[in-house]
Design a protein around this ligand. Structure first.
Ligand code: SF4
Length: 177
């Protein structure tokens, strides 16, 4: 450790969406022991101990991490895939540096749904974000078509606790706040 760079080894069309790509990349060291730690800090992740492997979504991308390799499906293009791999390397390094403070999780976790996001938004359907409702905003936030900063009412001082919780969720989902 640390993982400085995760290099792309192959690029194919994505099976699930022909407008996207699927890449396979090599992790320069064995991160198998860190997968339960990544599972602990990432939302919507599924850890499969027998393989071992960890699968999660980052926006619409489907990422699967194995001890020595990673696949990213539904990436827009190489730049998008590289950005995802840089983010993943940072998360792996964070787990390594903070492994004494993180409790590893070996089970599947509860999935974050749009209604979980909606419940923390102001709920006024004011339209300032350009959407007709807070629920529409929640759905589009999970698709990376909005960021939390697009909801200005959320930044009122009385909503500080809800905003903090949303920032934690967005961070765990690998989305930009
Ligand atoms: S700006 Fe915020 S409060 Fe207003 S509709 Fe959008 S998400 Fe809801």
């Amino acid at each position: 450790m640390p993982v400085e760079r995760i290099e792309i080894e192959s690029v194919e069309p994505c099976f699930a969406d022909e407008t996207k790509i699927r890449i396979t990349a090599r992790i320069p060291m064995d991160v198998g022991d860190l997968l339960p730690y990544l599972n602990a800090i990432l939302a919507n992740a599924t850890y499969v101990p027998d393989r071992p492997a960890l699968t999660f979504t980052k926006g619409i991308r489907l990422v699967t991490v194995y001890p020595r390799k990673v696949t990213v499906a539904k990436a827009d293009d190489i730049v998008d895939a590289e950005r995802t791999l840089t983010w993943l390397a940072e998360r792996i390094n964070y787990c390594w540096e903070h492994r004494d403070e993180i409790t590893p999780v070996f089970q599947r976790k509860v999935k974050i749904k749009p209604l979980d996001i909606y419940g923390l938004l102001p709920g006024t359907n004011c339209g300032e974000c350009g959407e007709r409702s807070c629920l529409a905003f929640a759905l589009l936030l999970l698709q990376e078509k909005h960021r939390l900063v697009d909801c200005r009412p959320l930044f009122k001082s009385e909503l500080k606790e809800k905003r903090k919780r949303l920032e934690e969720i967005v961070g765990a989902l690998g989305l930009e706040g």
